[in-house]
Design a protein around this ligand. Structure first.
Ligand SMILES: [Zn+2]
Ligand SMILES: [Zn+2]
Length: 398
């Protein structure tokens, strides 16, 4: 039976696992209940299973019956601090936690793919690493798992790594999307504190007022973007939080702001880490103030390998038919910690539409929304793609 049909045949089990995970969402690096559900789903399969030390990850290795290279499949498992408002029968039972990014689907699909691939163990030439990862949403769980050895779990390093991500809007249900090169942005956080000297608002010449300087910084950051960066390699800097003073007649002695910087190349990210702190401290100095700037690089650019993105596209067309996959024209402005894996191993990150039937992909609530709904109909297709990517990359056209 083709893998796709087998995935459809176990879709009920995959949905059941997904709903169980969805009902009990966990946030961050410590997801003991989710980990237990994954271990349960993998129980009895011919896998070498290990769990994380500093995080509740699950690494499972399938060794095929024949020698060959290693391929890695990754699914993230964590939820978001959002209170669910979908009213679904399997909605989160925990206020303040929701699988609003669809990672419950990734976990269930990866467990389903493990089942399908284990059934083909004898024919597989090589090994498959299943990477069940906590802490994608801002905790760099992938980096922790790399530090704990996930890339070496099967012995030799993987020759390819694939990640899937469902989307509650944008793509019609069942539509796959990937692209060669940058797929998602790098995301950095800037924290700046400008210090001066407080005083009476009627006598600013006797004080050192941080507010005019911080206003200049906000605008200068925008000019910096347009004067220093190639418009065809876009950079976005947004000041999202700004605080100074308490009332109208007092000059504050300090002011602070928080900004995010998004970029799509390592060159731009490196340039930002130099230019942003310099701009802020130099403007402060020009006004007789001082500034502390913390430029924290969070996630790097998620860069798909050209050959692996092409291979993923061919696999989608072969398995699901023409018209089921698209080459995205542009990267997505979000960020992903699968980027850390793709810095080490060539691979591809693929989006999969999971918009519920009857909803317009252009207006459906987005990932991270309390109203985001991901359709179970995507589960079998995502499971089949995971399994087919591994099989075909290991030379088995199933
Ligand atoms: Zn997310
Ligand atoms: Zn996500």
């Amino acid at each position: 039976m083709p893998v796709r049909d087998e995935a459809a045949a176990i879709a009920g089990d995959i949905a059941e696992l997904r709903h169980a995970i969805h009902r009990e969402p966990e946030i961050g690096l410590d997801l003991p209940k989710t980990q237990a559900k994954v271990l349960d789903a993998l129980a009895g399969l011919p896998l070498e299973i290990s769990t994380g030390q500093g995080l509740s990850s699950v690494t499972a290795v399938l060794r095929g019956g024949q020698p060959g290279p290693v391929v890695l499949l990754r699914g993230d498992m964590d939820a978001l601090p959002v209170t669910e408002e979908t009213g679904l029968p399997w909605a989160s039972a925990i206020p303040g936690a929701m699988h609003a990014c669809g990672h419950d689907l990734h976990t269930a699909m990866l467990a389903g793919a493990a089942r399908l691939l284990c059934a083909r163990q004898a024919d597989i030439g090589g090994s498959v690493i299943f990477m069940f990862q906590p802490g994608e949403e801002g905790y760099a769980g992938a980096r922790h798992m790399i530090n704990e050895g996930v890339l070496d779990a099967a012995g030799p390093r993987p020759v390819a790594a694939y990640g899937l991500h469902v989307t509650a809007n944008r793509l019609p249900c069942g539509m796959f999307s990937t692209r060669p090169g940058p797929m998602l942005a790098a995301a950095d956080q800037i924290t700046a504190t400008v210090r001066g000297r407080g005083g009476h608002a009627s006598q600013p010449h006797l004080a050192a007022d941080p507010i005019p300087a911080i206003c200049e910084m906000v605008l200068a950051l925008q000019t910096m973007v347009t004067r220093n960066f190639d418009p065809f390699d876009p950079v976005v800097v947004t000041v999202g939080s700004l605080h100074a003073g308490a009332t109208d007649n007092v000059i504050s002695d300090h002011a602070t702001f928080l900004a995010t910087a998004r970029s799509y190349s390592a060159t731009s990210q490196a340039k930002l880490t130099k230019l942003v702190p310099r701009l802020i401290t130099d403007i402060a100095t020009a006004h007789g103030l001082t500034a502390d700037v913390d430029y924290a690089t969070e996630y790097p650019v998620t860069v798909n390998d050209e050959a692996e993105a092409a291979f993923a596209g061919e696999t989608i067309t072969t398995v699901f038919g023409a018209g089921r996959g698209e080459t995205a024209r542009f990267p997505i402005a979000g960020a992903e910690d699968f980027s850390f894996v793709l810095q080490e191993v060539p691979g591809a990150f693929v989006f999969l539409g999971a918009v519920p039937a009857g909803c317009d992909p252009l207006t459906a609530p987005t990932n991270h929304s309390a109203a985001a709904v991901f359709d179970d109909a995507a589960l079998a297709e995502g499971t089949a793609l995971y399994a087919e990517l591994a099989l075909r990359r290991l030379g088995l056209g199933a």
